[in-house]
Design a protein around this ligand. Structure first.
Ligand code: WQD
Length: 340
């Protein structure tokens, strides 16, 4: 069964490709490589032992997407393609509204025209904004604090409206918490362009000596050690969650929205210590002012995904750091050819 992954050469998409193949599906990658690297394709072939079909182009090109869906006889779609940097979205909102919302509209139009109505959508815990309490369940109020989060919230609403208009749509909305780590082979991983916005890749670059120190954005939050608490989830668990979501849609067929998290929060300093343990390297840090838009705590109640999909995260923070370190230390320049 052919499954189209928009943005399939990206961080979450590439790991999900591996999990899909291991579950007996055939992934087809659709990517414009604006925030991913073609070298991923060879790495995926090395891991899976098979060449993956890849269509290079933009999800905004509706007629082309429809043609891809038809040519590959796509049975279901996983929509990863989109921009995801919170800070950039504040500086360039139109880019985010066009690429994320426009891209989702284009994809849905192409799917409708091609008669493919099974979709897994990559949403984010950012739709919860600053939660009144933790852990967070799926019925918590949604609020956006930046254009990136707003695009995720709007796309969720678009999908809900599509499901009301035509109950034949089978829609799985997955709200990621904080994806980290890498495939245990060390062949694929997170490869941010420029200085990483996110904590784990930044810590990894400090440990490998690419950055002098980590800036810890505030230690006066109402948390156990004063630093921000998040629900870090191994990308391998996240990939497995996508396969479970697809199987549920293809089986029972009802639409759903679930959190994909571990249900456990870890602070910035927890991550620093765990990474030092995993890498055997020091991770020096300096205290810095709070980052605009950050919340004190954000972690999931992950019980609905377990009851609906029979899925739960199994990897520990130590495993997340060990796999992130293997990727970072083995690929100091990410997917770019090493210039040593
Ligand atoms: C985690 C914690 C920071 C960097 C964002 C998006 C979310 C998703 C994941 C896309 C916070 C602290 C960070 C650093 C630090 N993205 N930190 N120094 O902000 O929880 O979530 O990325 O889907 O939608 O909102 O993740 O990794 O940026 O921050 O102290 O150099 O680490 O303050 O407490 P965040 P993050």
């Amino acid at each position: 069964m052919n499954i189209l992954l928009t943005g399939g050469a990206g961080y979450i998409g590439s790991h999900t490709c591996v999990a899909l193949i291991q579950a007996g599906f055939t992934p087809v990658i659709l990517d414009n490589f604006s925030n991913s690297h073609p070298a991923v394709l060879q790495r995926l072939q090395r891991i899976t032992g098979q060449a993956l079909a890849c269509e290079r182009g933009d999800v905004l090109d509706t007629p082309w997407v429809q043609d891809v869906l038809r040519r590959h006889r796509v049975a279901g779609v996983m929509h990863f393609a989109g921009d995801k940097a919170v800070g950039e979205s504040v500086a360039q909102p139109l880019k985010y509204y066009r690429n994320n919302i426009g891209g989702a509209v284009s994809l849905l139009e192409a799917m409708q025209a091609a008669g493919c109505q099974t979709l897994v959508f990559s949403s984010s815990a950012t739709v919860y904004g600053d939660p009144a309490s933790v852990p967070i369940t799926e019925d918590f109020p949604r609020q956006h604090t930046n254009p990136y989060g707003h695009t995720k919230l709007v796309i969720e609403d678009m999908l809900a409206a599509m499901g009301v208009a035509d109950p034949l749509w089978r829609l799985g909305v997955l709200r990621y918490f904080n994806p980290v780590g890498a495939h245990p082979s060390g062949q694929i991983g997170e490869d941010p362009a420029g200085p990483p916005n996110n904590l784990m890749p930044y810590v990894a670059q400090v440990a490998v000596g690419k950055r002098p120190h980590l800036n810890v954005y505030g230690n006066d939050y109402a948390t156990p050690d004063g630093t921000g608490v998040r629900d870090y989830i191994h990308v391998q668990d996240l990939a497995a969650g996508h396969v479970a979501a697809l199987q549920a849609l293809l089986g029972r067929g009802e639409s759903f929205t679930v959190n994909l998290g571990t249900g456990q929060g870890h602070s910035v300093l927890d991550v620093v210590r765990a990474f030092e343990q995993a890498s055997g390297r020091p991770v020096p840090y300096q205290l810095a002012p709070r980052r605009a838009g950050d919340v004190a705590q954000c972690y999931a109640d992950a019980s609905l995904a377990q009851s609906l999909l029979g899925w739960r995260a199994t990897h520990s923070l130590a495993e997340m750091c060990a796999d992130a370190w293997r990727w970072q230390s083995g690929n100091p320049n990410g997917y770019a050819p090493s210039n040593e």
